[in-house]
Design a protein around this ligand. Structure first.
Ligand SMILES: Nc1ncnc2c1ncn2[C@@H]1O[C@H](COP(=O)(O)OS(=O)(=O)O)[C@@H](OP(=O)(O)O)[C@H]1O
Ligand SMILES: Nc1ncnc2c1ncn2[C@@H]1O[C@H](COP(=O)(O)OP(=O)(O)O)[C@@H](O)[C@H]1O
Length: 220
């Protein structure tokens, strides 16, 4: 235990109160995989399917979160000093990704404690970063971190290239690009392993995740 003057404060409305009201368990469903593997599309479709069933959810997505909570230095410099932007802005180096995943993991944990089925879609290429989030979430309750590996071969991701980033990375215009000039450490034991190149639609893959959540008692 780190010694400091910050003390945890318990609230009157408990997590259990919130979950009972929503008739569901607050969990974190963590999508991971290469850029272009289908994380956002499948997570977005899962969000739609869960909402259609009346479930309370939140979707945290890499590109969106990097507009605010985890903005790059150039964006922060529009409103803050250069020193502030350099200190708190995040890029794609290994330590910046570590902090990105730490912030998102903390946020996802808070949302799960509000009883929400919290879906996250981040490349999150480093096993240690994902496992830290897993440990933090599971410390509160086992089974609340559900890792979904969207396992799409690099060649398929690169052929999709919806944002033209692989092309730029191959041309050396983007540094530290996952799968090209930076590593991707595949999960060793994900709760759900989707084969992104199996020809199924994102909707079918989302339904597989939804049925697993139902079987695990996240909702009835
Ligand atoms: N260097 C590099 N490597 C990987 N991805 C890059 C990079 N530069 C920009 N992008 C775009 O940013 C999205 C990944 O952001 P994440 O926050 O998910 O990344 S990470 O989890 O911190 O690794 C990622 O989004 P997705 O394509 O949706 O995965 C890319 O669009
Ligand atoms: N199961 C799938 N089958 C075919 N194409 C897919 C599938 N999932 C995603 N795609 C397509 O792949 C591209 C990249 O998907 P996206 O969800 O943006 O990936 P990521 O969030 O992992 O970067 C999109 O054009 C999307 O329509």
């Amino acid at each position: 235990m780190v010694k400091n003057d910050i003390v945890w404060h318990d609230h009157t409305v408990t997590r259990s109160d919130r979950e009972q009201r929503l008739s569901q368990r607050g969990v974190v469903v963590w999508f991971t995989g290469l850029s272009g593997c289908g994380k956002s599309t499948i997570a977005n479709e899962l969000d739609r399917q869960l909402n259609q069933l009346g479930r309370a959810t939140m979707l945290l997505d890499g590109d969106n979160i990097r507009h605010g909570l985890c903005a790059p230095p150039e964006r922060l410099a529009e409103e803050h000093s250069q020193e502030f932007a350099a200190r708190f802005g995040l890029g794609f180096g290994e330590t910046d990704r570590e902090e990105n995943i730490r912030r998102i993991g903390s946020l996802a944990g808070l949302m799960a404690s509000a009883g929400l089925i919290t879906l996250t879609a981040f490349v999150s290429p480093y096993r240690q970063d994902r496992d830290r989030v897993r440990k933090m979430i599971q410390a509160n309750r086992a089974g609340d971190f559900i890792e979904v590996f969207v396992d799409t071969p690099l060649a398929i991701c690169e052929s999709r290239d919806p944002k033209g980033l692989y092309k730029k990375a191959r041309a050396g215009l983007i540094k530290n690009f996952t799968g090209i000039s930076d590593p991707y450490e595949a999960p060793l034991a994900p709760e759900i392993h989707l084969d992104g190149g199996d020809g199924r639609s994102p909707a079918q893959q989302a339904t597989e995740v939804l049925e697993t959540l139902r079987k695990q008692g996240v909702f009835k």
